[in-house]
Design a protein around this ligand. Structure first.
Ligand SMILES: Nc1ncnc2c1ncn2[C@@H]1O[C@H](COP(=O)(O)OP(=O)(O)OP(=O)(O)O)[C@@H](O)[C@H]1O
Length: 553
């Protein structure tokens, strides 16, 4: 379970927030899509969740902040966009890259070989990354995120730019992961992908959550199926279709967009009347997001502040790190203050469908102490009694079509098994406090933005330090992608490359995700020159690639 509460990010004072009071539960056993157009705040949300960025609000993974996780790589697998789309140093082989990450994460190297099999990369394990297609690189990044057999996956646009075959593979994998009890949060820009992939769709617009819907509602309210018809006799066909009660609108010079009647019926109607068709295709048309389709029962909004977590039994459990710059915990090593007012542990509305990971620690979030000032309310993380660990967790075989030539995924061994997600009764936190955001930051979701809050067309100028980090990350070919090492702060991000004898030592920006592979400044040029190398055949991408122009999928 991921509990996101009040995530807010303002990059520059006086500018509209990139993210405003995002509150969302991401439940195990489901794929949750965070959907939004460009610059709607999806990546910002993920970076805040993973403590890669400073902001307001808090995200709990099984009751702990990301930084508070003792072994983050074993709990949360992260896939973020990488420099040039590369999984790691272009001169490294896939096997070498993954084994390096395994060593950094303290995972047996055999696990790397298993994951190469699972992600259909075994056949190309000895090839260097510079000859990998985008799809192969992306699957290798995913393999890195899975090294620690985490129960939760957080992925930022994992399928963007990939071939339909790779997209289908990713979807199958993520669905299987969720079916096995895993928690999946994935961002996407396309409603169609959200509808295909997710069980639940949360829609962001201009940094605000405007809808949080089960996929069936999402399909009904946001997607409209219609049939595209083209041919030289469309006026006649339109009359016939209208006579059948269909809704018909003109679509270009020689086309119709038809709804309310199926493709087969349209084809038969045209055939019976001798009407020639050049195209008859189903498609899905996106509709604008409804305003504020939010579960009324969510009851959570605003910022919370964490104090030390303690086990329910002895209180000796290490505390989660306090998130955000405004948090004010007790001194390190000392137990945090008691909750101001711990409400009885009433289950939150979705708890019945939300089995909790067995090892989850629950947070009891309490009412704000001083909501008037921009001071966060007090919350206390308390470890819930351990739920019984089960043995049924394993990633099941992935259903793929024969034409993909992809073998089923290997099941995980019991030692790699995902935790069985079962919520101990009453262990799910009670409803959370109302938003303590200052009024200027917490307008109604349905209220139109004031001119001052309007998101500008172009990207905002990056905050100081961002450009430097980005430039540096690019210069060393830093891979920000996978969270399999346990670095916990940006300042101390692990530089695994140096351990592996790779040139380049910095891992700026890797921050809490930690897994870092560095290369040299040749990363970008190696990528652009990759067409000069023959690419190994990709089991999931069979089309041969003959030059750099063909790299895009
Ligand atoms: N480091 C930064 N400094 C300043 N502004 C930023 C920074 N990162 C993001 N922004 C701004 O925050 C807003 C949200 O950006 P974000 O990248 O989170 O959107 P997104 O939904 O992930 O977009 P995309 O789908 O294009 O990746 C944008 O207006 C963007 O310009």
């Amino acid at each position: 379970m991921i509990q996101i509460t009040g995530l807010t990010k303002v990059y520059r004072r006086g500018r509209p927030p990139a993210l405003l009071d995002l509150t969302l539960d991401v439940r195990p056993g489901l794929v949750t899509a965070l959907l939004g157009p460009e610059e709607s705040g999806k990546s910002t949300a993920l970076r805040l969740m993973l403590d890669l960025e400073r902001g307001q609000g808090v995200t709990l993974f099984g009751g702990r902040t990301y930084r508070g996780l003792r072994r983050p790589e074993r709990e949360v697998g992260v896939v973020l966009p990488t420099v040039g789309g590369m999984a790691g140093h272009p001169g490294r082989t896939a096997r070498g890259h993954l084994r390096m990450l395994a060593a950094a994460a303290g995972v047996p190297t055999g696990r790397a070989d298993e994951l190469l099999e699972q992600t259909r990369l075994a056949a190309v394990a000895g090839h260097r990354l510079r000859v990998f297609s985008p799809g192969m690189n992306r699957r290798l990044i995913l393999a890195g995120a899975l090294l620690g057999a985490p129960g939760t996956l957080v992925l930022d646009a994992p399928t963007e730019g990939l071939s339909p075959r790779n997209i289908e593979w990713f979807h199958s994998f993520l669905r299987s992961f969720a079916v096995a009890g895993g928690t999946v949060l994935v961002t996407t820009r396309t409603p169609q992908e959200a509808a295909q992939l997710a069980d639940r769709v949360a829609t962001l617009e201009q940094g605000r959550l405007v809808a949080d819907q089960p996929v069936a509602d999402f399909r009904r309210t946001r997607l409209r199926p219609e049939v595209s018809v083209r041919g030289p006799q469309m006026a006649r066909l339109a009359d016939l279709l209208l006579g059948q009660g269909a809704l018909v609108r003109r679509d270009g010079a020689v086309g119709l967009a038809v709804s309310g009647i199926g493709r087969t019926e349209i084809g038969e109607l045209a055939y019976r009347h001798g009407i020639l068709l050049h195209e008859l295709a189903e498609r899905v048309v996106e509709q604008p997001a409804p305003r504020a389709v939010l579960p009324a029962s969510s009851g959570r909004s605003g910022q919370v502040q964490l104090h030390k977590a303690r086990t329910a039994s002895d209180g000796s459990q290490p505390a989660p790190t306090v998130p955000g710059p405004q948090a004010a915990p007790g001194p390190h090593g000392t137990p945090g203050p008691q909750p101001v007012a711990s409400p009885p542990a009433a289950p939150i509305p979705h708890a019945a469908q939300s089995p909790e990971p067995a090892r989850a620690r629950q947070a009891v979030l309490t009412a704000p102490a001083a909501p008037a000032a921009p001071v966060v309310p007090v919350a206390q993380a308390v470890q819930a009694p351990q739920a019984p660990l089960g043995t049924q967790s394993r990633v099941p075989d992935v259903l793929l079509t024969e034409t993909q030539h992809l073998a089923p995924l290997e099941p995980l061994s019991p030692t790699q098994a995902l935790p069985v997600m079962q919520a101990p009764p009453g262990s799910v936190p009670s409803s959370l406090p109302p938003s303590p955001l200052p009024p200027s930051l917490a307008p109604s979701l349905s209220a139109p933005l004031s001119p001052a809050q309007q998101v500008p067309q172009g990207r905002q100028a990056p905050e100081p330090g961002y450009a430097l980090r980005a430039a540096f990350a690019g210069a060393v070919g830093t891979n920000l992608a996978t969270a399999t090492a346990s670095a916990t702060t940006s300042a101390t991000a692990t530089t695994t490359a140096s351990a592996a004898g790779t040139a380049g030592t910095a891992a700026v920006g890797a921050a809490a995700t930690g897994t870092v592979s560095t290369g040299t400044a040749s990363g970008a040029s190696a990528l652009s020159g990759a067409g000069a190398h023959a690419r190994p055949s990709d089991p999931a991408t069979p089309a041969p690639v003959v030059g750099p122009d063909h790299r895009s999928e």
